[in-house]
Design a protein around this ligand. Sequence first.
Ligand code: 5GP
Ligand code: MN
Length: 339
Amino acid sequence: MKTISKEVVNRLKDKLKNTSNILILSHYHPDGDAVGAVLSMSRFFGKMGYEVSAVLPDSSPVYLEWMKGVEDILIFEKEPELIESKFSEADLIFALDFNDPSRLKGMEKWYERLGAMKVVIDHHPEPKKFSDIIISDTSASSACELLYEFMKSVGGTGIIDREIATALFVGIMTDTGCFSFNSSDPGTYIRVAELLGYGINKDEIFNLVYDNYSDDRMRLLGYVLKEKMEVIPEYNTAFISLTMDELEKYSFVMGDTEGFVNYPLSIKGIRFSALFIEKPDHVKISFRSKGAFPTNLFSKKHFNGGGHLNASGGELYSNMEETLRLFRSLLPKYAKELK
Ligand code: 5GP
Ligand code: MN
């Protein structure tokens, strides 16, 4: 991971001298990195004495409900008027863990209009230019790992506490699949070691994130693997699809399908996996790969999405049948890359 340039840090420190209201944003369908980023930065600047508002486009997943402060995050889908006023009051705005304003899912109109200084801190490839300052490092495991460096460079070692360290650790742990990918940089472990030094309970955090599901969710996973996984060995691909009816049958709550997309990759020879979830007017898709197949480019080209090389997502304003038909029809074109 790169270090954050002195010039950027100084510009921010200057700006912070004339700032009272800070707005902190992250992306639609927030994951552990997004929520960890928003919560750690809110607490960090709150402790420094700023008026902070944390905003997400939609609710946090259930497996993060235990995180301290999560109930104070304002949700655009629930309180659009209040959030519009927070945008107009902000002097400084942080956009964390996303590379494209469209990931604000409806708030981008306010974001773009805003006169306040905008700072992006992110680790996704090919960031769009939508800020005054961009701290973008695709070699970082997670936005939270970058934020830890950011906090240290703005002079925050005395401010970082157990709660901030916990939120940062959640981001690093979830974005690396518990240190199974995007985590080969020795620096990541040095930073994690430092976070452990703040007294976080690593084992408890793991349990709270990964061993806290409902029995319905486990049964949904069983159903999905048995009945809904399609394996296409000739293209080293497997995928899962779920309709709204099926989700309802298993009392779906936000976050229940988290991780499902990874299961097909544990089949020998499978290097590309997709998860299709039916929504009222579109299909939401997650892609994962092993090795060199760029799921982000595939997603950008065919499914209006993007993300990282091995983990990305997209959406198609179509029904499930058409979406799956399109997906299957694309595979032969990529046969060589998928080998
Ligand atoms: P997930 O499959 O866990 O929802 O997302 C995996 C990665 O892809 C994350 O880094 C996420 O930010 C990105 N991603 C997911 N959905 C979309 C999308 O619709 N558009 C873009 N640009 N990125 C997405
Ligand atoms: Mn991330």
